[in-house]
Design a protein around this ligand. Sequence first.
Ligand SMILES: [Zn+2]
Length: 140
Amino acid sequence: MKWGQNFDGQRSGMDHLGIFIGICAVFFWVLGAYLWQPLIWAGWVLIMLTYVRSFSKNKLRRHQENIRFLKYWYPVQSNLTNRFRKYRAKREHRHFKCKECRQKLRVPRKLRRVQVTCPKCRETFVKESLQGKILRMMKR
Ligand SMILES: [Zn+2]
């Protein structure tokens, strides 16, 4: 039987809240192993809670709990994905401002040496990454 599978359709099974509590339990075990041992017991209590919930026959109640949990969880989740997207954008592009008009510009990081033309004021200048500078110095 797969983890969280509904074997007779009567049980609540695993939902978002159940998965979240399960992840918390693993987190507690890791903390317990390194910091403070009683947390391992707290982890077991949480695992028991996910079992009790997933084998519970009171589906409506468990569903309501899950909805209440998601109300708090979705804002956290979208915040995290936004942060991740921003981080990725930062990693792939170098951001800087035009020396003439302060227009915000970006160039892909993999280009070591690139001539940039500002789209606003048509000023052109050369941007070179640290990596590009080092390579140029080594060639001399
Ligand atoms: Zn400009």
